[in-house]
Design a protein around this ligand. Structure first.
Ligand code: PEP
Length: 258
C-alpha cells in the first residue's frame, strides 16, 4: 500500500517570521492526517524549519542538492549537508532548475544518486512543455527523463525514489492536467518502474504537480497511479496545503470505486 505524500515546494519564498507562521499552521492540522506531509524549504531555513518540525511527523525537505560530494563548488549544498539537518526528501530536476540552471537528465540522475547515498529520498521531477505536448512528444520526453534515472540507479535504489510528474505548462499557471491526462502519464511512469523492478513498480509513489488546489485535488487523487502531490503556490497557505492533503480518498474508498 502506497501512503500518499504531499510535499510543499516553497521555492524562493519565506522569511523567519513567515516560515514560523506557516509551519505552525500546518502542524495544527497535521495530526488528523493519514497521509504524509513534507515541506521543501529554501536551504538557509533548514535549521529553523528542522527545529520547528521536530517530533511533528512532518518531513523536512530541500529543493535541490549538488551532484558533487565535497570540494571547490561555490554555492552548492551537498547531500551530506542536508543530512545534517535531518532532511528526509530533496527535490531534484524541477523544471525551473532544468530551465534556468541548464540541468540535464544526467545531472538530475546524478543528484538523485547522491541523495540516495546519503539516505535522503529524491523527489525526481519529470514533465513536458506545452509545445512538446502539442507535438505529441510527451511519452518520448518522459521516457528520456526517466531512462536517465533508471539506467543509473540499481533496482534496489529505484525502489527508494519518489517521482513527480509535473507538466511544465501547468506549473504556476493555474492550468491543471485533467485527471485522465495525468493518469495516462503516471501509468507510463509506473510501467517503466515495473520493468526496472517489481518492488519499485509497486512501491514508488508518483506525485502530480502543477496548479494542484483544494478544488481540483480530489479528482486527481482518485486516479489509481496518483499517489499525492508536489505543491507550489498552494503550499504557502497552511489551510490550502492541508485541504489538498485532506482531499486524498482513503485507500479503501479508492479500492471500492475501481
Ligand atoms: C511546483 O513548482 O512544483 C508546482 C507544482 O507549482 P504550482 O503548484 O504553483 O503549480
Amino acid at each position: 500500500m502506497r501512503r500518499k505524500l504531499f510535499a510543499g515546494n516553497w521555492k524562493l519564498n519565506g522569511n523567519l517570521v513567515a516560515n514560523g507562521t506557516l509551519l505552525r499552521g500546518i502542524k495544527s492540522g497535521a495530526d488528523a492526517m493519514q497521509v504524509e506531509l513534507a515541506v521543501c524549504v529554501p536551504a538557509p531555513y533548514l535549521a529553523q524549519c528542522s527545529e520547528i518540525l521536530a517530533h511533528s511527523g512532518i518531513a523536512l525537505g530541500a529543493q535541490d542538492v549538488s551532484s558533487h560530494t565535497v570540494g571547490a563548488y561555490t554555492g552548492e549544498v551537498s547531500a551530506r549537508m542536508l543530512q545534517d539537518f535531518g532532511c528526509r526528501y530533496v527535490i531534484v530536476g524541477h523544471s525551473e532548475r532544468r530551465e534556468y540552471h541548464c540541468e540535464t537528465n544526467d545531472d538530475v540522475a546524478n543528484k538523485a544518486q547522491r541523495a540516495l547515498a546519503a539516505g535522503i529520498t529524491p523527489i525526481i521531477c519529470v514533465g513536458e512543455t506545452l509545445g512538446e505536448r502539442e507535438k505529441e512528444q510527451t511519452t518520448g520526453i518522459i521516457h528520456a527523463q526517466m531512462n536517465a534515472i533508471l539506467s543509473l540507479l540499481d533496482p534496489h535504489e529505484t525502489a527508494d525514489i519518489v517521482v513527480a510528474y509535473e507538466p511544465i505548462w501547468a506549473i504556476g499557471t493555474g492550468k491543471t492536467a485533467t485527471p485522465d491526462m495525468a493518469q495516462e502519464v503516471h501509468a507510463i511512469i509506473r510501467h517503466m518502474l515495473e520493468v526496472k523492478s517489481a518492488e519499485a513498480g509497486r512501491g514508488v509513489r508518483i506525485l502530480y504537480g502543477g496548479s494542484m488546489r483544494p478544488e481540483n485535488a480530489e479528482a486527481l487523487l482518485r486516479m489509481p497511479d496518483i499517489d499525492g502531490g508536489l505543491i507550489g503556490g498552494a503550499a504557502l497557505r497552511a489551510t490550502d496545503f492541508l485541504s489538498i492533503a485532506a482531499a486524498a480518498p482513503s485507500p479503501d474508498a479508492r479500492q471500492t470505486e475501481k
